[in-house]
Write a protein that binds this ligand. Structure first.
Ligand code: FAD
Ligand code: SF4
Ligand code: SF4
Length: 468
């Protein structure tokens, strides 16, 4: 039971954000976060339920009512420290977690109105900490045992943080020149400022985690060499799912067809959005179609708009209801002027004699019977083809794990689609001393699930090494 007077407002305390027609021309963060007053107002909407369903809805079981109670009491650092006990990247998760399907889905306040804004409060606590507390965590005493991590995305970073706190000497190998995985190269600045990701990574470095960038495992060292030559006792693979899928339709090799992965990497990691003040340009023209309906598609479309495109289409073969992107991202995209061509399926990308994109021919679709995934299958409507005039096509229909590690490791068992096979309880792979988690195991999923896997693997590696 709450010890404070509960705020019974049916809706969440609104969070200020940039105006749509202003923000679709800049790269600054769209949502501006709560002030202290707003956070306290929202925190008092929490009923402090005795059975705490929200905790079970969070994949890393943050003690949600406890951190919210700290906010009500004005103890913002206490709130941050409570979250940190189970989540090492709260500023990130407070921004990008699909809360509506997790903690907030089961919040009791959601029965007769909007749930408590748990994600917004988590973000507030983390932002308050970073603006008001300078201290970095102390490096724990070393136990002298060494663990290698492949990949510096959320799964690798979470695993590294938990092992470092237990005294292990952890080295993270990252193939790109910057650490952070999708948080740095995929999710755009206007949704997740890169300085924040950097601040969270600095906390891990302070714990003693070494991060070596430009190191592709499977090229500079094989997994076996990490044990035999580098002296590691265990390895965690958190190499993500960075291999883009394509549609296999005519015209996909034309100039100005990008995978969303390449496009977003150019824009975010290589900072093409700052061109000409950056080394990497990205040309898109005035009319852009993004094929797909997930978060990746929304990020690509909104980035294209910010780069100066007049017309940006989302082309998706199912209906609004099946759009896999977060609802908030779909709403933000619409407000910013993205045009949704739903129930539309690309048949061919057309080009001119010089090999440049000129358009895309699509078929209109309707929804038929349910398929194996439980969703209604899109079926083409006969003689319904239509064409879009385009300068650029961005394909955002999914990613799978990069084959490099499985091709260079004989005893690492993988699914036919590339996911590494692990024991569900321990996340141990078929190879001795090797664990795996995150998108490399599940295929493209979410930040918090990847982090949860990294933490689970850290506990399992610790138990294994202690017993060795
Ligand atoms: P990644 O973040 O992919 O990190 C893997 C890292 O391993 C990469 O840095 C890669 O360079 C490195 N690597 C790969 N192979 C090697 C190798 N051989 N040697 C060394 N390093 C290697 N999730 C959400 O929850 N909310 C969102 O709003 C959201 N938006 C997204 C938007 C985009 C554009 C994308 C692409 C994804 C989004 N996701 C979102 C999904 C989420 O980001 C991923 O599920 C999550 O990052 C997976 O974490 P990971 O640690 O498994 O892998
Ligand atoms: Fe909710 Fe995600 Fe935070 Fe967990 S990490 S409390 S699911 S926003
Ligand atoms: Fe508070 Fe909602 Fe959790 Fe109840 S379910 S404790 S109201 S956040």
């Amino acid at each position: 039971m709450a010890k404070y007077k509960t705020n019974m407002a049916p809706e969440k305390t609104p969070m200020p954000e940039q105006e749509p027609l202003v923000r679709n021309k800049n790269y600054s963060e769209v949502t501006l976060g709560y002030t202290v007053e707003m956070a306290m107002e929202e925190a008092t909407r929490c009923l402090q339920c005795r059975h705490r369903p929200c905790v079970g809805g969070c994949p890393v079981n943050i003690a949600i009512p406890d951190f919210i109670n700290h906010i009500v009491e004005g103890d913002f650092e206490g709130a941050y420290q409570t979250i940190l006990l189970t989540n090492s990247l709260p500023a990130v998760c407070g921004r990008v977690c699909p809360q509506e399907n997790q903690c907030e889905l089961v919040c009791v306040r959601g029965i007769k109105g909007e749930p408590v804004g748990i994600g917004r409060l988590e973000r507030f606590a983390a932002d308050w900490h970073f603006s008001n507390v300078d201290e970095l965590p102390e490096k724990p005493e070393s136990n002298g045992r060494r663990v290698a991590i492949v990949g510096s995305g959320p799964s690798g970073l979470a695993c590294a943080g938990d092992l470092a706190r237990r005294g292990y000497e952890v080295t993270v190998y990252e193939s790109l020149h910057v650490a952070g995985g999708v948080l740095m190269y995929g999710i755009p600045e206007f949704r997740l400022p890169k300085s924040l990701v950097q601040t969270e990574i600095d906390q891990l470095r302070a714990l003693g985690v070494k991060i070596e960038c430009d190191r592709v495992i499977g090229r500079i060292h094989s997994l076996d060499e990490l044990f035999e030559e580098e002296g590691f006792e265990a390895v965690f693979i958190g190499s993500g799912a960075g291999l883009p899928s394509f549609m296999g339709i005519p015209g996909e090799n034309l100039n100005q067809v990008y995978s969303a992965n390449e496009f977003l990497t150019r824009v975010n990691l290589m900072q093409a959005w700052r061109w000409p003040d950056s080394a990497t340009p990205v040309t898109i023209g005035k009319k852009v179609a993004v094929v797909g309906g997930g978060n990746v598609a929304m990020d690509a479309a909104r980035s294209a708009k910010r780069l100066g495109a007049d017309e940006v289409y989302i082309v998706y073969r199912r209906s609004e209801e099946e759009l896999p992107a977060r609802k908030e991202e779909v709403e933000h995209a619409r407000e910013e002027g993205i045009i949704f061509r739903l129930l539309s399926n690309p048949l061919e990308i057309t080009g001119n004699e010089e090999g440049w994109v000129t358009g895309m021919r699509c078929s209109r679709m309707e929804l038929g019977e349910e398929d194996a995934s439980g969703r209604r299958r899109p079926v083409p409507i006969p003689d319904s083809d239509f064409s879009l005039d385009l300068d650029t096509v961005i394909v955002a229909i999914g990613q799978s794990p990069n084959p490099l590690l499985r091709e260079t490791t004989s005893d690492l068992k993988c699914q036919s689609w590339g996911g590494i096979i692990v024991d569900e309880e321990t996340l141990k792979t078929s190879k001795d001393g090797v664990w795996a988690g995150g998108d490399a195991v599940t295929g493209a999923a979410t930040v918090i699930l990847a982090m949860g896997a990294g933490k689970k693997a850290a506990a399992s590696i610790d138990a294994y090494l202690k017993g060795k």
